[in-house]
Design a protein around this ligand. Structure first.
Ligand SMILES: Cc1ncc(C[n+]2csc(CCOP(=O)(O)OP(=O)(O)O)c2C)c(N)n1
Length: 521
């Protein structure tokens, strides 16, 4: 039994059969005699490799495996490794290292401090002391990645280790959920029962912890209004539910104003709160107390006030549901919907997204990375199911396009729609090649406003005068149709509002990927 055989045997038992990677000489020995029941999915840049693996993991829930090339490959991947860490994506990231025997001579492509390179955005990082220990390191990597808070782990593997002797990893079962402390759940339950006007703030942790339906039951039982947490990377509550209030912005004073009037705020699977811009004063309204249920001890440690339970969102919510029913409260008023957008040339983002929402097939999944379109999307599109919406928790661009490919790989029976800004899509544009090669039924909708609008909108906040241009934010002259076709993906451009619905209808009938470049204001 050599290292390679023992590792592939373990991966098989862990339900991992895809390796997302970009190979180099130091990784090739892993892939000799490549087993028929495994698949290598090549990404043309390492940001694409990690983004695809992340999307795939978000959709399946099981850890994914990534293979990168030594220090340079890890460097290229780092932005999306940061995102995987923030996304709580369980991911085993391996990188090849030069052969042990030549490491003393600072060899070409050798990584001089491999375990430090991906830190602090991996939960665990190792280059095992002996080749013999590589399979055991894979097992520990897997269980570390899958234990809460989930996240990426890193293994550096010298090229000559794969043929060395080792042995099979023993079978074991390791818990993947930790139940929150009953004493703290009791306190939160009592606070909920005593509250006159409770409000929930649901975050990405709800969907990641498979607690979507349980949180709906808890909100209904307490007649609590439910907001989506700021910058939330998943759909945490059905947006057509009468209790749904809308989306909190990532700004302290605005959050306090929107939550004003409630006496209890319960953040579930969400930081309390994620801020994007500086703010001052209170974190919650003066008459309100804060409770939180999070699976992330680090998040719990900085929550500024309140009662905080750490552990599985699902198990914590089930414990709250097992309490006796609280007194009846009046339900809040349902939220308003925005008006229909009018056609115009160029089109507005609202017009494009309303038509998209109308025409998209039931059961479709959306992956979004379009900074200034996010709040328009929230007003124009409605997500109602678990695992129906994905974006990243990090703010690092270059995730959405490859993540859409990963989600589509995991969900061959569902239509995946990627809503992307022109700027965002260019960070990992090579993912179009994967969509084409794998013939995945993805609709890539590019909202081309020919600029980094988010940064231009931020200008005044950072002291730019209103007519002052922000350097480095204009993106003229990018032809997405030509790029897509050059990468083998069919594509069309929509400039007139009358062309939009036929283009969407055509794309939704396609069995392979289609990129639609829309010219928007
Ligand atoms: C890796 C990375 N680099 C730079 C940024 C800064 N950034 C935030 S939004 C943005 C513009 C994105 O442009 P686009 O996708 O066209 O969306 P728009 O702002 O026009 O809505 C940039 C560059 C970032 N968030 N991540």
């Amino acid at each position: 039994m050599n290292v390679r055989q023992a590792v592939f045997d373990l991966l098989r038992r862990l339900g991992i059969s895809i390796i997302f990677g970009n190979p180099g000489s130091t990784e090739l020995p892993m892939f000799r005699s490549f087993p028929d029941d495994f698949r290598y999915v090549l990404g043309l840049q390492e940001a694409v490799v990690v983004g695809m693996a992340d999307g795939y993991t978000q959709a399946t829930g099981n850890a994914s495996l990534v293979s990168l090339h030594s220090a340079a490959g890890v460097g290229n991947a780092m932005g999306n490794i940061f995102t995987a860490f923030k996304n709580h994506t369980p991911m085993i990231i391996t990188a090849g290292q030069q052969a042990r025997s030549i490491l003393p001579y600072d060899p070409f492509l050798g990584s001089s401090d491999p375990t430090q390179l991906p830190r602090p955005y991996v939960k665990w990082s190792i280059e095992p002391a002996r080749p013999y220990d590589i399979p055991l390191a894979f097992a520990r990597a897997y269980f570390t990645a899958m234990l809460p808070p989930r996240g990426p782990v890193f293994l550096s593997i010298p090229a000559d280790d794969w043929d060395q002797p080792s042995e099979l990893v023993a079978e074991r079962v390791v818990s993947t959920e930790i139940r929150p402390e009953p004493r703290i759940i009791e306190r939160i339950g009592d606070a909920l029962d005593q509250s006159e006007r409770p409000v929930f703030v649901a975050g990405a942790g709800v969907d990641r912890n498979n607690a979507f339906d349980d949180v709906v039951r808890l909100a209904e039982r307490h007649n609590a209004r439910v907001w989506t947490a700021p910058m939330c990377a998943r759909c945490g509550f059905p947006e057509d539910h009468p209790l749904f209030a809308g989306f909190l912005p990532a700004a302290r004073e605005k959050i306090v104003a929107l939550l004003d009037g409630h006496d209890l705020i319960f953040a579930i699977g969400a930081p309390a709160f994620t801020y994007h811009v500086e703010g001052h004063g209170r974190h919650v309204p003066p008459q309100a107390t804060l409770c939180q249920l999070t699976d992330d001890p680090s998040t719990a440690s900085w929550t500024p006030t309140g009662t905080i339970a750490v552990g599985s969102i699902r198990l914590g919510v089930l414990d709250l549901l097992s309490r006796s029913a609280p007194k009846q409260r009046a339900g809040p008023l349902p939220r308003d919907h925005g008006p229909m957008a009018e056609p115009s040339t160029p089109m507005t983002t609202a017009f494009v997204l309303q038509r998209l929402d109308k025409l998209r097939p039931g059961g479709s999944v959306v992956v979004e990375e379009a900074p200034t379109a996010r709040h328009v999307m929230q007003a124009c599109m409605t997500f109602t199911r678990s695992r129906s919406f994905f974006t990243m928790d990090s703010g690092g661009l270059g995730y959405g396009m490859p993540a859409a490919v990963g989600v589509a790989l995991a969900r061959p029976d569902q239509r995946v729609i990627a809503i992307l800004g022109d700027g965002s899509s260019m960070y990992s544009i090579q993912a179009l090649w994967n969509a084409a090669q794998l013939n995945l039924p993805i609709v890539f909708l590019i909202l081309n406003n020919r600029r980094y609008a988010a940064l231009q909108e931020f200008g005044p906040l950072f002291g730019f005068s209103h007519d002052e241009s922000v350097p480095g934010t204009e993106l003229p002259g990018i032809d997405f149709v030509a790029i897509a076709r050059g990468l083998g993906c069919s594509a069309l451009r929509v400039e007139l509002p009358s062309e939009l619905e036929p283009a969407l209808a055509r794309a939704f009938h396609s069995t392979g990927p289609v990129l639609i470049e829309t010219t928007v204001a």
